[in-house]
Design a protein around this ligand. Structure first.
Ligand SMILES: Cc1ncc(C[n+]2csc(CCOP(=O)(O)OP(=O)(O)O)c2C)c(N)n1
Ligand SMILES: [Mg+2]
Length: 312
C-alpha cells in the first residue's frame, strides 16, 4: 500500500529566500555559540552546510519535529557525523528540542554528543562518526521503501574527504544496481578534510565524472546559494531511475572571514574572543535584511543574548 505523506508540522515552513537566508544565519550563530560553550568540536563543515540544512529542514524535507517517529517521514542520514553541530542547531530551530540544550553540546550526559547518538535524541536516524557507512545505511532503508512501494525519500549528507573510504563506493555501486532513485545524497564538496585540502591528501576530482561512471544522476551546485539550493532540493524529490548525487560546492567556515577556506578549522572550536568576532560578522552581514523579524527572534530565543556583541 502506498503510505500517505506526513502533513502537520510543528514549525513554520519557510518559503521565501530572504527568510531562509536569515534562518541559515541564525543556525550559524547557534553553531558558533554551542561550539564556544563546548570548547571542542567542528566549525568549518557545519558553517559551510548551514544553507543546505536550512533549505532542507525548513522547506523540502517531509518531517514533523513533534512526531519524530512518524513512519511516513523522509529519512535524513548524517554520514559525516562530525558536522552534527549544524544538524543539532537546525533540529533545535525546528523544535525537536529546546534551543537552550544546544549549550550542552559535547558535555557529559548530554543528548548532543560530539557525534550523533541515535538512541539519545529523537529525530536522529542513525549513530554516525565512523566515516563511509552512511550511504550503506541509506541504501538499506531506500531498498525497503522501494520494495514496499512507499514514497519516503532517503537523504544522505556526505563529506568529500569521507569519500576516501573504500566502503562508501560499495554502497555507491549497490544503490546504482538496485536503481534506488529514492536516495538523494548530498556531498559537501568543500575541498578540505581533517588535516589538509582534499586534492593534496587524496585527489577526488572529477567527482561528477566518477558518479556518472557509477551510473548515478549527478547535479553540481553552489552549496551556499539559497535560490539554487532550494530549486535543486525541490527538484530532487522528482528524481527518477537512478540514485541522485548533489555535489554541493560549499565554502568551509562560510560566514566567518577568519575561518573561510582554512582546513585548520575542520575540528577546532572558536575561543570566546573568536566566537564574539564570529557572531558579530554573522550578525552584521545581513543586518539590513534582518529588520524586525530578526529582533523578534532574538527575544524569543535568549540563547543569542548569552554572548555580548561589540557595537559596530
Ligand atoms: C572511518 C574514519 N576514519 C577517520 C575518521 C577521522 N576523521 C574525522 S573527520 C575526517 C575528515 C573528513 O573529511 P570531510 O568528510 O571532507 O569533512 P570536512 O573536513 O569537510 O568537515 C576524518 C579523517 C573517521 N571519523 N572515520
Ligand atoms: Mg570536506
Amino acid at each position: 500500500m502506498v503510505a500517505k505523506s506526513s502533513s502537520n508540522t510543528s514549525f513554520k515552513k519557510l518559503t521565501s529566500i530572504k527568510q531562509l537566508k536569515l534562518q541559515a544565519n541564525i543556525i550559524r550563530e547557534d553553531i558558533i555559540t554551542s561550539l564556544k560553550e563546548a570548547k571542542s568540536g567542528h566549525s568549518a563543515g557545519p558553517l559551510g552546510m548551514a544553507d543546505i540544512f536550512t533549505a532542507l529542514y525548513f522547506n523540502v524535507l517531509k518531517h514533523n519535529p513533534k512526531k519524530p517517529n512518524d513512519k511516513n517521514r523522509d529519512r535524513f542520514i548524517l554520514s559525516n557525523g562530525h558536522i552534527c553541530p549544524v544538524l543539532y542547531a537546525t533540529m533545535a530551530n525546528c523544535g525537536y528540542f529546546p534551543k537552550k540544550e544546544l549549550l550542552t553540546l559535547r558535555k557529559l550526559g548530554s543528548r548532543l554528543q560530539g557525534h550523533p547518538h541515535r538512541q539519545a535524541l529523537p529525530g536522529l536516524e542513525t549513530t554516525s562518526g565512523p566515516l563511509g557507512s552512511g550511504l550503506s545505511q541509506a541504501a538499506g532503508m531506500a531498498l525497503v521503501f522501494k520494495r514496499e512501494k512507499t514514497p519516503q525519500k532517503v537523504w544522505v549528507s556526505l563529506g568529500d574527504g569521507e569519500q576516501n573510504e573504500g566502503n562508501h563506493w560499495e554502497a555507491v555501486m549497490f544503490a546504482a544496481k538496485e536503481k534506488l532513485s529514492n536516495i538523494i545524497a548530498i556531498t559537501d564538496r568543500n575541498y578540505i578534510q581533517i588535516d589538509g585540502n582534499t586534492e593534496d591528501v587524496m585527489p577526488l576530482d572529477s567527482l561528477k565524472k566518477k558518479y556518472l561512471a557509477f551510473n548515478w544522476n549527478v547535479v553540481e551546485i553552489n552549496g551556499n546559494d539559497m535560490p539554487v539550493i532550494l530549486k535543486t532540493l525541490k527538484a530532487a524529490r522528482s528524481n527518477k531511475h537512478k540514485p541522485l548525487m548533489i555535489i554541493a560546492k560549499t565554502i568551509p567556515g562560510k560566514g566567518v572571514s577568519f575561518m573561510e577556506g582554512d582546513y585548520h578549522w575542520h575540528g577546532k572550536p572558536p575561543n570566546p574572543e573568536e566566537a564574539t568576532k564570529a557572531l558579530n560578522e554573522i550578525h552584521h552581514s545581513e543586518s539590513k535584511e534582518r529588520g524586525n523579524w530578526y529582533l523578534a527572534h532574538q527575544k524569543l530565543h535568549p540563547i543569542h543574548k548569552k554572548i555580548k556583541r561589540s557595537k559596530k
